[in-house]
Design a protein around this ligand. Sequence first.
Ligand SMILES: Nc1ncnc2c1ncn2[C@@H]1O[C@H](COP(=O)(O)OP(=O)(O)O)[C@@H](O)[C@H]1O
Ligand SMILES: O=c1ccn([C@@H]2O[C@H](COP(=O)(O)OP(=O)(O)O)[C@@H](O)[C@H]2O)c(=O)[nH]1
Length: 238
Amino acid sequence: MTSPAYKRVLLKLSGEALMGDDPYGINRATIERMVADVSEVSKLGVELAIVIGGGNIFRGVAPGAEGMDRATADYMGMLATVMNSLALADAMRQAGITARVMSAIAIEQVVEPYVRPKALQYLEEGKIVVFAAGTGNPFFTTDTAAALRGSEIGAEIVLKATKVDGVYSADPNKDPDATRYSTITFDEAISKHLQVMDATAFALCRDQKLPIKVFSIVKPGALKRVIMGEDEGTLVHV
Ligand SMILES: Nc1ncnc2c1ncn2[C@@H]1O[C@H](COP(=O)(O)OP(=O)(O)O)[C@@H](O)[C@H]1O
Ligand SMILES: O=c1ccn([C@@H]2O[C@H](COP(=O)(O)OP(=O)(O)O)[C@@H](O)[C@H]2O)c(=O)[nH]1
């Protein structure tokens, strides 16, 4: 049997993908499927930390936030990621997986605060750590939180599980002629303004020499193939 390509990874799960086919919120079948994928790779002995988005509940830059103070809207977005993190951890508990949620903003009656050594301890114990509330700062995204926490915990790679199956030459949801890269450098992704991830996240990963794999969250078995080092999605590298 071949072994996983990585020992420790940071998995970024799209908040928006949690909606499934619903207009907003958390779709039960979708979250259960995500948990089944996570469970499969966790059983391979891979240490997993997860950052989950909040776009299914609230997006700071959304029309609904129009007229709102940006920082206030962003704090609402961060609270949305806390809700998703709690839902994810609970779904994992029901599936028999031990998960710990750690929040970047103080909300101690609900979840424990993010403390780096504690997170490292959980990972070493084989627990899945869910990082909630993004970076804890407005004007950032959960992609940047994934880059930041991935760097902090010494992950070998950031796995961005999203609605598209890789990085394209243009947004594939808008341009039918867009073509997918199998690999691309950070500098190219940044200079071409490819919007699949924000430039702050790309730049942080580039500086830390932390590769990113962008792959589909809806494609069955994709996470496992990525973990096994198989050809799946797009690798963004230095
Ligand atoms: N060059 C590109 N390659 C791939 N996807 C792109 C590109 N440009 C824009 N996108 C869009 O970026 C989206 C993923 O980014 P984002 O909205 O941050 O999703 P997530 O919810 O996973 O954080 C894709 O669904 C796609 O429509
Ligand atoms: O460090 C962070 C992370 C998130 N957010 C806010 O939380 C929202 C939800 O996160 P994101 O859009 O990254 O989630 P996803 O795209 O995965 O659904 C963002 O729009 C921001 O408003 C923030 O302000 N700081």
